[in-house]
Design a protein around this ligand. Sequence first.
Ligand code: PLP
Ligand code: COI
Length: 339
Amino acid sequence: MVELDWKNLPFGYIKTDFNVRCTYKDGKWGELEVSDSEYFPIHIAATALHYGQEAFEGMKAYRGKDGKVRLFRWDENAKRMQRSAEGILMAKIPDHLFHDAVVKAVKLNEKFVPPYGTGASLYIRPLLFGSGAEVGVRPAKEYTFIIFVTPVGPYFKEGFNPVRIAIVRDSDRAAPLGTGTLKVGGNYAASLRGVERAHKAGYGSPMYLDAKEKKYIDEIGAANFFGVKNNTYITPKSESILPSITNMSLIQLAQDLGLKVERRPIAEDELSSFEEVGACGTAAVISPIGEIADLDSGKVYQYCKNGKPGPISTKLYETLVGIQYGDVEDRHSWVTIIE
Ligand code: PLP
Ligand code: COI
């Protein structure tokens, strides 16, 4: 184990020992290679650099009380990366290659998997991009797949404490029939102005409304949105949000807890009726929301008035994190132990 201030890790980049790489050429994937370099030589005409032909994933490895290292629903990340590849015409990574690359990257850097009980985890970042040269706008013929890992603490400095969110109306991260449902770099480039605006106004993340009508909630920065009222877990249905694996899991856990679940458009107005609201994602886990401010209309919605996350968000958080670290029974077979 390396010496790091595990309990105070930021959500940021810390160099680890190795990353893994693989190249797609002449219609097939080559062998997985291990590198100790943080750099990658790239052709100046690579489609990733010019036309944004790039997708990534975000997942985590968790060390349990038993010292074992666990992955959470890695197959869903593999599937989503395949959908992203399809969406922007890249070569797809087969499940077995995705799995072997993740396991290799984690094992080679095992000493960076944070100790149990520190609240930290090893963030795994697979990326896939067009590395072949083209000048016309067309898909590359060569692709590169890389996985690096980095130990991380909470995405929001608040951890499992209420965060403040700002609705931004002067930029959109994705269009309804665009790439919003894919985890492609271009969406994040498009979100940067919103992120900056929220940060400058003193908020943790922007909330995007649907691009067409600016009426319904889409998502929050790099996380999905959920609200709870009348024993019901409600989360947006939209053509421009990323299908979150965390959200999908919370829907199941909410049902297990006896809550009703609704996936439907949620108008901004409805925000005033929720008992609890939160942001969810791999990085964000569950971040309870204490305030949502519409920066343009001046409207403010407040939650967690006693300063504490609500009871349902807390139960969902404890169950999800418990499963991920191996403390709660994995009834849905979501966890893979890395042997
Ligand atoms: N929405 C966006 C835009 C994201 O970047 C992420 C992070 O991956 C999520 C939602 C949450 O998805 P997941 O729970 O699969 O990490
Ligand atoms: C994740 O939750 O894995 C994300 O992708 C967040 C990230 C864009 C920082």
